[in-house]
Design a protein around this ligand. Structure first.
Ligand code: BTN
Length: 254
């Protein structure tokens, strides 16, 4: 049967040979498109990662795709979408035979190297989300030439780690199928609890000592939970807990 079994995510799919960034293409189409529009490109000339980084996007190697979402939520709830997406990517990879893990908030890890990432961007005003651009990048059949020396110990591809080629179409479909289920569940319940369970079960941070890095300071904490808002809960040596919001810090496992 068909690989994609969704009702609204990917009902319309735009396939491109090349584009600056699939996230930017979603934004150009957002006003005249429905929720669930998916843009997939064979390559990106300006693939974007979080925190202004770039995302390696060589032709035919990875999956570069973005989804247009129009949920009726508050801006502060937008990070929840990242957790829903992380859960969907990990589930989709597991169904493709890849035992990936999540490094909160948005890194997908295989054998201690990053193989996929999520870039959630919000458009709207202070009190209102107009739409969300959910970008998913998965390093599928990339070779060592795609990972320069500076990142070779941190980033990799499914092919390099599993030593075989993967069908990008199957993986992309599996991710979209899982995303629609988890996202619908979030909209219906108003809670991301199902996605959070998946994120927690596959987290590489929970139970570990982590470095919480913000612009101002660096603290050593123990990662103990991911809460219903999709925030990481950390604990200091005295057992005091606080939650870390994905927008303001980055976390490095030790
Ligand atoms: C990260 O881990 O820093 C996020 C990486 C997100 C990459 C994807 S590829 C498809 C979409 N278009 C982009 O320009 N970025 C995202």
């Amino acid at each position: 049967g068909p690989l994609l079994s969704t009702e609204f995510i990917g009902r319309e799919i735009v396939y491109l040979d090349t584009v600056d960034s699939t996230n930017e293409e979603i934004k150009r189409r957002a006003d005249r498109s429905r929720e669930g529009l998916v843009v997939i490109s064979e390559e990106q000339s300006v693939g974007k990662g979080r925190l202004g980084r770039n995302w390696t996007s060589r032709k035919g190697a990875g999956i570069y795709m973005s989804i247009l979402l129009k949920p009726d939520i508050y801006p502060q709830d937008a990070p929840k979408i990242t957790q829903v997406a992380a859960a969907a990517v990990v589930k989709g990879l597991k169904e493709s035979g890849v035992d990936a893990k999540i490094k909160w908030p948005n890194d997908i890890i295989l054998k201690e190297k990053k193989v996929a990432g999520i870039l959630t961007e919000m458009t709207g005003e202070l009190m209102r989300v107009e739409y969300i651009t959910l970008g998913i990048g998965i390093n599928v059949n990339n070779g060592i030439e795609d990972f320069p020396e500076e990142i070779a110990n941190k980033a990799s591809s499914l092919k390099l780690e599993e030593k075989k080629e993967f069908e990008r179409k199957k993986i992309a479909s599996a991710v979209l199928n899982n995303f629609e289920k988890l996202y619908s569940d979030f909209l219906e319940r108003g809670s991301i609890s199902v996605s959070i369970e998946i994120c927690k079960a596959n987290s590489i941070l929970l139970g570990k000592e982590v470095r919480v890095i913000s612009r101002k300071s660096e603290m050593l904490r123990k990662a103990v939970d991911i809460n219903e808002d999709g925030e990481l809960v950390v604990e200091d040596g005295d057992g005091n807990r606080e939650s870390v919001f994905s927008g303001e810090v980055s976390i490095r496992g030790i």
